[in-house]
Design a protein around this ligand. Structure first.
Ligand code: IMP
Ligand code: MG
Length: 168
């Protein structure tokens, strides 16, 4: 396993993302919706980075799953039981690969009538994109390598690592 992005690099990028997200939040309230499981570490850090920006923040989760091992199954299973009507929503994802997970989830959420729906991901693999999907905020663009750590797993392992590493 080889480190791709260090703990320190992640920390400073998360603060930059928080600043941009706060600047773009017009109502002063933000409903953060993180996608289980992978995004829980990123969410914990981002909401605390947002705390200095004087927003009213609420947090909820959605479940989306498309991967088994290191392969995308292509079929996305979403489970969203949230109240986002008339709210300014930020969907938080660990990594965008084909784009299918975030697209399927966005379609579900859009039907629920949020005031706005923005997306943030820590990692983006643009070369793998299969659907036309624009993410509002991206932490790091990476090459097409399978990565773990900082919430990301390979068959449920390595989520606890504080950095991002490439599986060899
Ligand atoms: P997409 O639907 O193909 O965009 O896949 C997004 C989901 O696949 C993410 O939420 C991750 O759970 C998983 N995923 C994609 N690439 C990786 C990776 O390199 N490491 C770990 N999980 C990944
Ligand atoms: Mg995931």
């Amino acid at each position: 396993m080889k480190t791709l992005i260090t703990e320190e690099q992640i920390r400073s990028r998360v603060f930059e993302l928080a600043e941009r997200i706060a600047r773009d939040t017009s109502s002063g309230t933000l409903h953060v919706l993180f996608i289980l499981k992978g995004a829980f570490v990123f969410c914990a850090d981002l909401i605390r980075a947002l705390s200095s920006h004087k927003l009213d923040i609420t947090v909820d989760y959605a479940i989306a799953k498309s991967y088994v091992g290191t392969q995308s199954t292509g079929e996305v299973k979403c489970s969203v039981d949230v109240d986002i009507k008339d709210r300014e929503v930020l969907v938080l994802e660990d990594i965008i690969d084909t784009g299918r997970t975030i697209q399927a989830l966005k379609e579900e959420l859009q039907k629920m009538g949020p005031t706005s729906l923005r997306t943030v991901c820590l990692l983006d693999k643009p070369s793998r994109r299969e659907v036309d999907m624009k993410v509002d905020y991206v932490g790091f663009e990476i090459e097409d390598r399978f990565v773990v750590g900082y919430g990301l797993d390979c068959d449920e392992k390595y989520r606890h690592l504080p950095f991002i590493a490439i599986m060899e």
